[in-house]
Design a protein around this ligand. Sequence first.
Ligand code: SAH
Length: 223
Amino acid sequence: MAWRSSGASNEALIENLARNGLITQPRVKQAMLGVDRAHYAPHAPYQDSPQTIGHAATISAPHMHASACESLLPYLKPGARVLDVGSGSGYLTHVLAELVKPGGRVVGVEHIQPLVDIGIANTRKSAEGRELMDDGGIRYVKADGRLGWPEDAPYDAIHVGAAAAGFHQPLIDQLKVPGRLFMPVEENYMQHIYVIDKREDGSVTRKKDMGVQYVPLTDAPKG
Ligand code: SAH
C-alpha cells in the first residue's frame, strides 16, 4: 500500500490514491488536489510514504492523510471548527482548512516552536494558504496538544497526528455534540487508529480501526 500510489506530480499522486481506493470521496480528492505536498515535504513529496521533516517529526504518508480526511469528512462542513494536534509540516492542517471553507477554522497545535514556524512558512508558500492564514481559516499555536486547545473549542472534528498513550479526556471534552475524534493510540506496544464519536445524545463511542505507526505524542523536549 505504501508505494504503489506514488506519482511524479501532486495530481498523479492523488489520482493514484483514488485509483487504488484510498480516496473515495470527491471532496477529499478535491481538497488534496488543491494542496501541493511539495510545499510541506522537503524530500520525495509525491511518494506515498512518510518523510522526515526534522525535530523527530515526520509528515505522515499521503494515504494516512487521506484516510483521516475520509473518516472525519461528515464533520468537515463549511464553517466547521477543527483541531489538528501535532500539526508538524502543516500539510493536513491546510487540507482540513480547504474542506471547511468558507467560514471554517482549523487550529494546528504543535509543541515544538521550530515546527510551528515550519507549518506557518509551508502554508504561506501558496496563495490559498496565505489567504487562509490571513483570514483566520488556519491558526498555528504552540501548546501541549494532549490538553487540546480550549480557546477555539468545541470542535466538530479533532485529528491527532501522533500516537497517544491513552484517550486524553480534554480532547473528548472539546468535541462538539455531535463530533468526531480520529487518533492513533498506543496499547501493548502496538498502535491503532481509534475513531471516537460524541453522539447527539452526548454518549461517546470508540471504534478501533487499522494498525498504524506514528511518532509518539510526548512531553515537549527540554531546552
Ligand atoms: N500531521 C503531521 C504529523 C507530524 S508528526 C504531518 O503530517 O506533518 C507528529 C507531530 O506531533 C510532531 O510534529 C510532534 O512534534 C508533534 N507532537 C508530539 N507530541 C505533541 C504534543 N504533546 N503536543 C503537540 N504536538 C506534539
